[in-house]
Design a protein around this ligand. Structure first.
Ligand code: FDA
Length: 536
């Protein structure tokens, strides 16, 4: 992607060398030795051989591909792991760490596989993937309002299990049900209840983690510094989190979801402009966000009409919501027909699929999203409202007809997000932020030309936004991973100074403490990738 031309042949050679089919054949002794090491370090009651996939295994490709959620990283030339391990017992994770370390291999940890830069399953040094798909048990304790959830579970599975036990308990995490718990919690994790309860990571109260020496810890034995770092400091830097204990939150038995779409060119520019003054000050029980959509997805009769979809989740009934909005945001003109009442768990499915009424909650258990395409994401934080002219500029860009799908997602802050201090967890974007913007571009066409065109589009919009968004540093959301904002080298190596280019954007002043914790718990930088926290 970023190689200049003289390097391409070398890169191709390296990729071929790393291509796994060769390992077992080229160094059978080393390979056998590694497998033996894995057996020796895992529990006899759970033979690890049953969950190890090498490229000569017929299931290798399907296991690898199943959790790839971005086609950009599913090409024949994409480097592939030497082995995939799908642990069914914590000792398999311990063995994977101990043996990879002693054999000079890197580990990529994968939970749901939604990393926007594919860092959970692609690396440029010989590596294995530890895929936690089999570690996904969830136990909900509705007497104490807590749950233990393993990292390989998805958000949909978590919501489903909470809904099975209670209609008045919930968890404030992301919108897409197929997202994995492991990566999502590690990077913060926001959903439509962030203004009332904060992020997923803000509601984690204990965790089990395998460290760089293969030791298992809980909160007490890992210590408060490491427990702080894993709640928002980004996945893949500190260890492999096996399970999380979370605090469930109370919600009313009935919540309200609304959605209304406006043509951006007709009246919506003024509405979007006005929204900036309103959304972060609304009642904490109300999330009112916007998705601006352009590209071919909004093209009719050869003309692209970018749209603004205002959508909300209100922890209460329709009538109360409409009464609130009629005084706080009458310009939106929201009416009863735009809304539907449901239980909270039903609302997660309605929001994810747009389908209602809900006949069954089973689709929450589906680990495969309806479409998988090539995607690229970027993010920004807005501290001062954008002028109308800036929104017009965005609208012009959304009209690009050679772009398949383009979206800007405006996520309102305020409420609980402003009450949590910047240093409480590594996620530093708290008071002073009106809203976050997520820029997303997606395409299915598999040519290099299409890739260049779409990536150029998102980079141009991002550049256009410079005057209007946070500065020094221009902040970004760690879970919207973007290697354009700075990265360690391909092998994950960097200096603290170089890493601070992206580290300060994601974590603000917390970056320094993350480096300190990393140096303490993983001094030899075993858990490493293109945006892992470096050691001093
Ligand atoms: P994946 O398995 O790819 O892991 C992501 C990173 O975490 C990698 O670096 C990986 O190595 C590391 N990691 C994974 N498991 C780990 C573990 N157990 N221990 C330590 N490190 C681990 N975000 C959001 O806040 N709100 C939202 O609503 C959405 N919605 C959304 C929709 C879609 C379609 C996508 C593709 C992404 C989102 N996201 C999001 C972003 C999402 O939160 C982010 O990509 C997460 O890191 C994904 O977690 P996974 O486990 O699925 O990814």
């Amino acid at each position: 992607m970023k190689f200049s031309s003289p390097l391409i042949p070398l890169a191709l050679v390296l990729i071929v060398l790393y291509s796994c089919p060769l390992w077992a054949a080229a160094s059978p002794q080393k390979y056998q030795h590694f497998l033996q090491c894995l057996s020796e370090h895992s529990s006899n009651s759970y033979p690890i051989s049953k969950v190890v996939y090498s490229p000569i295994n017929s299931s290798y490709s399907s296991v690898l591909d199943f959790s790839i959620k971005n086609l950009r990283f599913s090409k024949p030339q994409t480097p592939k792991p030497l082995l995939i391990i799908t642990p069914s017992h914590v000792s398999h994770i311990q063995a994977a760490v101990i043996c990879s370390k002693s054999h000079g291999l890197q580990i990529r940890t994968r939970s749901g596989g939604h990393d926007f830069e594919g860092l959970s399953y692609v690396a440029y040094r010989p590596f294995i993937v530890v895929d936690l798909i089999n570690l996904r048990s969830i136990s909900v304790d509705d007497e104490n309002n807590t749950a233990w959830v393993e990292s390989g579970a998805t958000l949909g599975e978590l919501y489903y299990r909470i809904g099975e036990k209670s209609r008045t308990l919930a968890f404030p995490a992301g919108v897409c049900p197929t997202v994995g718990i492991g990566g999502h919690f590690s990077g913060g994790g926001y959903g439509l209840m962030l203004r009332k309860f904060g992020l997923a990571a803000d509601n984690v109260i204990d965790a089990h983690l395998v460290d760089a020496n293969g030791k298992v810890h809980d909160r007490e034995s890992m210590g408060e510094d490491l427990f702080w770092a894993i709640r928002g400091g980004g996945g893949g830097s500190f260890g492999i989190v096996v399970a999380w204990k979370i605090k469930l939150v109370p919600v009313p038995a009935t919540v309200t979801i609304c959605s209304t779409q406006r043509n951006l060119e007709e009246d919506a520019i003024k509405l979007v402009h006005r929204w900036q003054y309103v959304a972060n000050k609304l009642d904490e029980n109300l999330y009112l966000g916007i998705i601006l959509t352009g590209g071919k997805a909004s093209t009719q009769g050869g003309i692209t009409n970018p749209t603004a979809t205002f959508f909300s989740l209100f922890l209460g009934r329709i009538d109360e919501l409409l009464a609130t909005l009629s005084t706080t945001f009458p310009e939106l003109g929201l009416i009863k027909q735009d809304c539907v009442e449901a239980t909270w768990v039903e609302s997660t499915l309605i929001i994810a699929t747009g389908v209602q009424p809900i006949e069954s909650l089973e689709p929450l258990l589906n680990r495969t999203p309806p479409t998988i395409e090539n995607t690229k994401i970027k993010s920004d934080y807005v501290k001062e409202p954008l002028p109308e002219a800036a929104i017009e500029g965005i609208c012009q860009r959304l009209k690009a007809q050679d772009i398949e799908t383009s979206q800007l997602i405006f996520v309102p802050y305020g409420g609980k997000m402003s009450q949590i201090s910047e240093s409480e967890t590594p996620f530093s974007h708290r008071a002073g932020n009106l809203y976050k913007i997520g820029y997303v571009v997606g395409w299915k066409e598999q040519s290099l030309k299409a890739k260049k065109r779409h990536i150029h589009w998102i980079r141009e919009v991002y550049e256009y936004m410079i005057p209007f968004v946070s500065k020094s540093p221009r902040a970004a959301y760690a879970n919207y991973r973007d290697l354009d904002i700075g990265a360690n080298n391909k092998y994950g190596q960097t200096s603290v100074e170089q890493a601070s280019v992206w580290g300060l954007k994601y974590f603000g002043n917390n970056f320094k403490k993350l480096v300190y914790v990393k140096t303490k718990v993983d001094p030899y930088d075993f858990f490493r990738h293109e945006q892992s926290i470096p050691t001093l």
